[in-house]
Design a binder for this molecule. Structure first.
Ligand code: BGC
Length: 379
């Protein structure tokens, strides 16, 4: 966590636009228009709710999970529930396992879990199954556990697709011959979302790589080669520094046209590496991201990052609170996808929220007019 903040401070100082990363507004109304419910009969949370809900979040080192946790707690408490909210240190799997075991032993009647490693909770969740405690997988799918009842997330495939399409359109890949140089950076290999983020983007970009309009000079095109442990800014930066020196990228060296980054923490590391190699806002490649973290939005405004996918954490929290409320009252939660997410024990009924992209042209409307940030948050 400290390292991530330090990286932000250093890069921020270089750009003279430094500011700390913290939680965003948690109390404005949702802006998500949502997708249509196929089996929608979720109860609206009311003051009459009651009972204890365990909420397990992976880390406090990224802005989004702080917002997710805070939004969930606030909305669940408003709906009348007692909330046991736990963060698993900085992505510490044993901590998450023992926190979940404590929630099960401590009388939680529903669990909401954003897993660090999607495949590491099988044993811990056997206890939930034995006690008939429903589990909602939050944002990331928990794999290989039949204790998982529902999944709520953003449309992860659409996130990747939008990132790929942004690069396609920015480089005009359908009309320009190129060849354009691109490098690929994705996230944690134990996060099931990566399959969809990277897969969705590569579905768009691979045809251009196959026909030679796009070239990956590092030769690193496989998901495993492009992965970043724990979505770490420092790891992404280190890998990119190696790519810069081995390929010879630079403002006066080999031209780099685009970097696909699956999220903002990795995009930040890539930008740190490029800035250290002499790049400025005037010659930065097209760089994608996800989460609209404050330091990244500042970099979008300053011209260091091209776009970020906006996933309104208030909306996801609201959907999950609706699911919890329906379950606790013996009802059936609203879902809108019953085919995409198989966790190895079967398809998990899911609610997918709609992501949108933010760039320099629309960030005010998307992020400020919606009440997600204030002007001063990203000044
Ligand atoms: C989330 C992203 C986030 C990443 C790193 C993913 O599972 O969907 O929003 O940037 O984890 O925390």
């Amino acid at each position: 966590m400290k390292k991530r903040f330090l990286a932000m401070l250093l890069a921020g100082a270089m750009m003279m636009s430094m500011a700390a990363c913290g939680g965003g507004s948690a109390d404005a109304q949702s802006t998500d228009s949502g997708t249509q419910a196929a089996t929608g009969d979720a109860a609206t949370p009311t003051k009459t709710g009651g009972g204890k809900v365990g909420v397990s979040m992976p880390t406090q080192s990224l802005q989004r999970w702080n917002q997710d946790g805070a939004n969930m707690k606030k909305q669940l408490e408003e709906a009348g529930y007692e909330v046991d909210l736990q963060y698993a240190g900085d992505n510490d799997i044993p901590t998450q396992v023992s926190q979940i075991e404590n929630m099960i032993a401590g009388g939680c009647q529903t669990l909401v879990i954003a897993a660090i490693d999607g495949s590491a909770l099988t044993e811990a969740l056997k206890g939930a199954k034995e006690k008939n405690i429903p589990v909602i997988s939050y944002d990331r799918l928990i794999m290989n556990s039949d204790a998982v009842s529902y999944y709520a997330t953003f449309d992860n495939n659409k996130v990747g697709t939008m990132q790929g399409e942004y690069i396609r359109d920015a480089l005009k890949l359908d009309t320009e011959k190129g060849p354009f140089n691109i490098e690929l950076v994705t996230g944690a290999p134990d996060d099931n979302n990566v399959n969809f983020f990277f897969g969705g983007a590569m579905n768009v970009l691979k045809p251009y790589i196959d026909k030679g309009t796009l070239v990956v000079p590092s030769g690193q095109t496989e998901k495993a080669q492009c992965a970043t442990a724990n979505w770490s800014t420092e790891e992404a930066q280190k890998r990119f520094e190696n790519i810069i020196s081995s390929v010879g990228y630079g403002p006066n060296g080999k031209k780099l046209d685009a970097v696909l980054c699956s999220n903002d923490s990795t995009a930040y590391g890539v930008q740190n590496a490029l800035i250290a190699a002499g790049y400025t806002a005037d010659n930065m490649p097209v760089i994608t991201g996800q989460d609209c973290d404050k330091p990244n939005v500042k970099n979008i405004v300053a011209g260091y990052q091209s776009m970020s996918i906006f996933k309104d954490t208030r909306t996801l929290a609201e959907k999950v609170v609706g699911m919890v409320d329906a379950i606790m009252k013996g009802g059936k939660p609203e879902v809108n996808d019953t085919k995409t997410y198989d966790n190895g024990t079967g398809v998990i009924p899911s609610y997918l929220c709609d992501p949108v992209f933010a760039d320099k042209s629309n960030y005010k409307q998307i992020l400020i007019d919606s009440g997600y940030y204030t002007e001063s948050d990203i000044a």
